[in-house]
Design a protein around this ligand. Structure first.
Ligand SMILES: [Zn+2]
Length: 339
């Protein structure tokens, strides 16, 4: 069995909804989940559910130098690797106040540091993941959408509430190009930190790995991805999708990503890392604990690292995800029999 992209995307949507609820109701309860807590839960859950995904949080890392909260490596030894380098920002009421966070050294802002740490020619993409949640009419739109932000989730030009591809709560985890975040924030106008300004450039994070192709009456839960399983062709699609995500910017953006003109698949494949860095390879093999002494030499770029090896199951290295948990399931089943 190869990793099912549809299942992965459904789980990412479910986690986006859960994240939304945590912020929507948690803040009121004084349970203000922070970015790290949300990231830990979301990445851990995905790794639990999908063999081929491995995750680790490093206490020693170069997050300050790179501005990266987490990194997602996707690929294989044979196909090369893409790196999604992510800064996570959560909404506090109507804004993302931490976008004002200063950068490292000479960088004005933390997003400049993140952008500068990425080399697009080596398949490293700077991204923001926004954690969102609010009450239905908070922005005055009955669907729950943060009007007047542009709704980009629909390929059929339907608006929020009418669109079957995505629901506003799927923006509980929303992804945007850090170049777009920079373009909006650099405007220095009053809405540069506003949720509404940034969501116009964001998509549900499940869109990173596939787009739903739906008839008008099909529900979101039944959405099929464009490519069904994590294959080399799927990796090509993910990369093309990332290219278009970082390439699409506000017209008045000062800084544009340096992507080569060619969109040939073979040329794209040249823009990947041939090998994983040592820390990510240790995560991939699930051997970080064995190599903790070497961790200072590994110098992880972000504190949290998740690796999706599309060839993992062929090597049979992913079986540490099942059968653990102290045989609790067997105990519970027997308890049921006795009751
Ligand atoms: Zn739609």
């Amino acid at each position: 069995m190869v990793l099912s992209v549809g299942a992965l995307r459904r789980d990412m949507n479910d986690l986006a909804v859960e994240t939304w609820r945590k912020i929507e109701t948690g803040d009121e309860q004084g349970l203000a989940f922070g970015e790290n807590s949300l990231t830990d839960h979301n990445l851990w859950t995905l790794a639990q559910k999908h063999p081929g995904l491995n995750v680790h949080r490093f206490s020693q890392n170069r997050e300050k130098e790179t501005g990266a909260d987490w990194e997602w490596w996707i690929g294989s030894m044979a196909q090369g690797w893409l790196c999604l380098r992510v800064q996570a920002k959560r909404a506090y009421r109507r804004t993302y106040p931490e976008l004002d966070h200063a950068g490292n050294g000479d960088d004005d802002y933390q997003y400049d540091t993140l952008i500068n740490s990425c080399d697009l020619l080596r398949g490293e993409y700077p991204l923001h993941v926004f954690y969102n949640g609010w009450k239905r009419k908070y922005f005055g739109h009955d669907s729950g959408w943060a009007a007047p932000a542009k709704w980009r989730a629909c390929s059929g030009n339907a608006g929020p509430g009418k669109c079957w591809h995505a629901h506003p709560v799927h923006y509980g985890c929303a992804v945007a190009s850090s170049f777009a975040v920079k373009a909006v924030h650099d405007l220095r106008c009053s809405n540069r930190r506003m949720v509404t300004a940034h969501l116009s450039w964001a998509l549900p994070w499940s869109y990173l790995f596939g787009r739903s192709r739906l008839g008008r009456r099909v529900r979101t839960g039944a959405a099929e991805p464009k490519v069904a399983t994590a294959t080399p062709e799927w990796l090509d699609w993910v990369q093309a999708n990332l290219d278009s995500l970082v390439d699409e910017l506000p017209a008045d953006a000062d800084m544009r990503p340096r992507l080569p003109g060619s969109t040939q698949t073979d040329d794209r494949r040249q823009r990947r890392a041939e090998q994983l860095p040592a820390y990510a390879n240790a995560v991939r093999r699930g051997t970080v604990q064995d190599s903790l002494q070497e961790i200072s030499f590994m110098s992880p770029v972000a504190s949290c690292v998740i690796v999706l090896d599309i060839d993992a199951e062929e090597r049979g290295e992913a079986d540490n995800h099942t059968g653990g948990s102290l045989d609790y399931e067997a105990w519970k089943a027997r308890q049921g029999d006795l009751g």
